[in-house]
Ligand binder design. Structure first.
Ligand code: PLP
Length: 233
């Protein structure tokens, strides 16, 4: 199947899952994950209704940025090293992967120097996987509080979660539930630096369960573009 057909299929599925929980497809933001994909493939997706793309490496955003010469919102969804913040700070619509005060301080410093406010999500590691980045659920509140005190040029827009890989997506439902609960608690905070709108969870194999559990942004790569070939990079 081609990119166009795949996108139509995903959009339909998203709508179906959204309706199960009293929403509809328009309430769910589809972020097409374009890591390893060529500018040509990305441009095709953008001509088929995609508006938001996600990359997990700073270098890939830099390499592709000027070649994507149509309106698009870039999302950084992978781990961000502090020394690379400066390269993407004025390019991305949202950073999904903030997981330390050290990184937040660097974002603050660069955003302040550029006179901009940067939208971020806090990455939560609900399953406690050592191989994954992210903050343990019980430490999210203190990181949020610290950012609100120290970082005037950051707006915390929500949470991001990457579930452990599971053959059967039902297996990760409890993690999505836990992150949604945390999201709802934090959304109660009244502070100019916090404006919750985005719960980013769900990928090709588990976005249905994620939407059922309250995700309103899903990050889908393989189901749109096919399997990735890392050897081509
Ligand atoms: C690669 C990636 C995705 C997309 O995964 P697929 O299984 O290809 O849909 C989503 N989120 C993050 C953080 C990723 O790195």
């Amino acid at each position: 199947m081609g990119i166009q057909k795949n996108i139509e299929e995903i959009v339909k599925q998203i709508d179906t899952y959204a309706r199960k929980v009293g929403k509809n497809g328009r309430d769910i933001q589809l972020i097409a994950v374009t890591k390893t994909r060529s500018p040509e493939e990305i441009l095709e997706a953008l001509s088929r209704g995609i508006t938001d793309i996600g990359e997990n490496k700073v270098q890939e955003i830099q390499a592709k940025y000027d070649k994507i010469d149509v309106p698009v919102r870039w999302h950084l969804i992978g781990h961000l090293q502090t020394n690379k913040v400066k390269y993407i700070i004025d390019k991305v619509h949202m950073i999904h992967s903030v997981d330390s005060i050290r990184l937040a301080r660097e974002i603050e410093k660069r955003a302040s120097a550029s006179g901009i406010v940067v939208n971020i999500l806090i990455q939560v590691n609900a399953a406690g996987e050592e191989s994954k980045f992210g903050v343990a659920p019980e430490q999210v509140r203190s990181l949020v509080d610290q950012i609100l005190v120290e970082c005037e040029h950051i707006r915390i827009k929500g949470l991001m979660h990457i579930a452990p890989f599971a053959e059967e997506p039902e297996a990760v439902r409890p993690y999505f539930k836990e992150v949604k609960k945390l999201y709802d608690q934090l959304a109660e905070i009244r502070h100019p630096g916090l404006d919750f709108s985005t719960l980013s969870m769900g990928m090709s194999n588990d976005f249905g369960v994620a939407i059922e559990e309250g995700a309103n942004a899903v990050r889908v790569g393989t189901s749109i573009f096919g399997a990735r070939d890392y050897s081509k990079q």
